[in-house]
Ligand binder design. Structure first.
Ligand SMILES: [Fe+2]
Length: 309
């Protein structure tokens, strides 16, 4: 088995729950208001959009893992320079969701994107839940008021519909998980019947399929999300594994894009790489995805891509 360490750009998440204690670090400034970013997608917005994930920092407890702070900033700068119609981060934006300081740092680091008023959407990664869940979710929804407290939602960008789901099933109540399942089925059925929607992208944090040597396939995602996919769903995009992977099953692209600046995860695939960003553009009836990877010299290279008819 060859092991590849690939680096980041869009999509991240990693290190799950088990190994770390959920300690809450309360700083003297923790009573100060958190920054927030309330920029929504405008009706009629056009242009490419970017999906990536796993921009969190390396935890102090991960003393054996490298830090990718420079790469994280290069990803942010590249996205800002792209000036996309919107950005979606599929989770693990921050390392410790319940720590206000992590959110303040996230705000400062992302100023190149925020100063351009680029709409920024997010999905919940396991790190958004780190610490006390109530406090962590309060931070998340305070930072992104346009999410209006929704753990799952859709982004309408005709002819594309992007569906954002919460795959942290250990943090969802059984009732919430069932509500999300039902919402997903209804949303996909509505998209099938909507002539203005041609392509549906489903996103969540945990990959249903991965070659990671650290993480396993998410059976929950397979059983709850994958089995509900309908013909217009062209891709399921996740992160959590800090690398880039792509699989095709039954005509659906399963993409793992976890290179937003978190410590890289080895995967047993053949293709060398170093960081990734997915840039989507709808051209005519086709949805095109270019996968851009950060190279060791700081440049960017298109290393993969696919088209959805
Ligand atoms: Fe994760």
């Amino acid at each position: 088995m060859r092991v590849r360490y690939s680096a980041t750009f869009l999509g991240t998440a990693l290190l799950a729950s088990a190994g770390f204690l959920a300690l809450s670090c309360v700083s003297p400034e923790s009573d100060a208001p958190l920054p927030s970013y309330d920029v929504r997608l405008a009706d009629g917005a056009a242009g490419p959009f970017v999906i990536f994930g796993d921009s969190r920092k390396t935890l102090a407890a991960e003393f054996w893992r490298k830090r990718y702070d420079r790469e994280r900033l290069l990803v942010i700068e590249a996205i800002a320079a792209e000036n996309p119609a919107f950005v979606l981060n599929t989770g693990d934006l921050v390392a410790y969701g319940s720590d206000p300081e992590d959110w303040r740092s996230f705000y400062e680091e992302n100023r190149p994107i925020f100063s351009r008023r680029i709409p920024y959407y997010a999905g919940l990664g396991n790190h958004e839940y780190y610490g006390d869940n109530e406090r962590a979710l309060a931070n998340y929804f305070s930072f992104f008021p346009h999410l209006a407290g929704r753990k799952w939602y859709d982004i309408r960008f005709p002819p594309v519909l992007v569906v954002v789901l919460d795959s942290n099933f250990g943090d969802l109540s059984p009732g919430e998980a069932s509500l999300q399942d039902e919402w997903l089925s209804r949303t996909l059925a509505a998209a099938e019947a909507d002539p203005s929607i041609r392509h549906v992208l489903v996103t969540c944090h945990h990959p249903p399929y991965t070659n990671s040597v650290v993480h396993s396939d998410s059976r929950d995602v397979q059983e709850r999300f994958v089995r509900r996919l309908t013909p217009k769903v062209k891709a399921l995009i996740s992160g959590h594994v800090h690398s880039y992977e792509r699989f095709v099953r039954d005509g659906v692209q399963f993409v793992v894009s976890g290179g937003g600046g978190a410590p890289l995860t080895p995967v047993n695939v053949e293709t060398p790489g170093y960081g990734d960003e997915l840039r989507f553009r709808a051209e005519g009836g086709t949805l095109r995805c270019d996968v851009l990877m950060l190279q060791s010299d700081g440049s960017w290279k298109r290393v993969d891509g696919f088209e959805c008819p």
